[in-house]
Design a protein around this ligand. Sequence first.
Ligand code: AP5
Length: 208
Amino acid sequence: MKLVFLGPPGAGKGTLAARAVELLKVPHISTGNIFRAAIAAKSELGLKVKSIIDAGKLVDDETTTALVRERLGSEAGGYILDGFPRTIPQAKALEAFAAVDKVVNFDIPDSSVLERLGGRRTCKVCGANYHVLFGRPKKDGVCDSCGGELYIRDDDREEAIAKRLEVYRGQTAPLIEFYRDRGLLVDVDARPSVNEVVENFKRAAGLV
Ligand code: AP5
């Protein structure tokens, strides 16, 4: 199955993707994770995108699209694209090089986004997400999966979150209608607990 996960920052796309890959046995391709790995490695790409991401802005369409095109080149089967496309030009470019079966739209109010991002802790090594209230690790500050150190993302500061929400409304939310018009959009209520969101997703994706 070829899926796109669409939704505001902090809606729970990465958290659900971690569960959905177990169900669907497809890779989770997150442009945010790819950029953060590049930043951690201090690669040319990482140095180019760090200040953009920390400020809550979008990396340019050309760079991001080229990255995804290359990554998808080796994926003949299904995938979960998380965080791409994020603009109309990216969505149009994607149509030219890869198929999409469904676009899962994570429906959530800003108040929940603020609560989720405010308490998020991310693993420095594997990128797994935790939350100080809703998804604590077994040992404080340590990733359950790989033992890596947990940290607060630079773009989870208050000013960056406000910018990310503004960018989402201006540039990414128009994709909801873009994909609805193509008959690909399914809405998922992303407000309840992770297990309930997984059930909502299974129904929306036609898995049950
Ligand atoms: P990216 O990493 O994609 O950030 P995002 O879309 O803002 O999404 P997040 O990772 O912040 O949130 P999420 O929806 O995955 O939520 P999560 O599961 O962590 O992109 C980062 C940056 O990279 C962008 O700002 C941009 O600069 C750049 N970029 C990326 N793609 C790009 C593109 N295509 N074009 C241009 N630039 C691009 O959950 C959040 C928290 O809530 C966690 O703590 C989690 O534990 C908790 N939680 C999750 N679900 C639940 C639940 N159901 N109940 C309670 N808590 C929950």
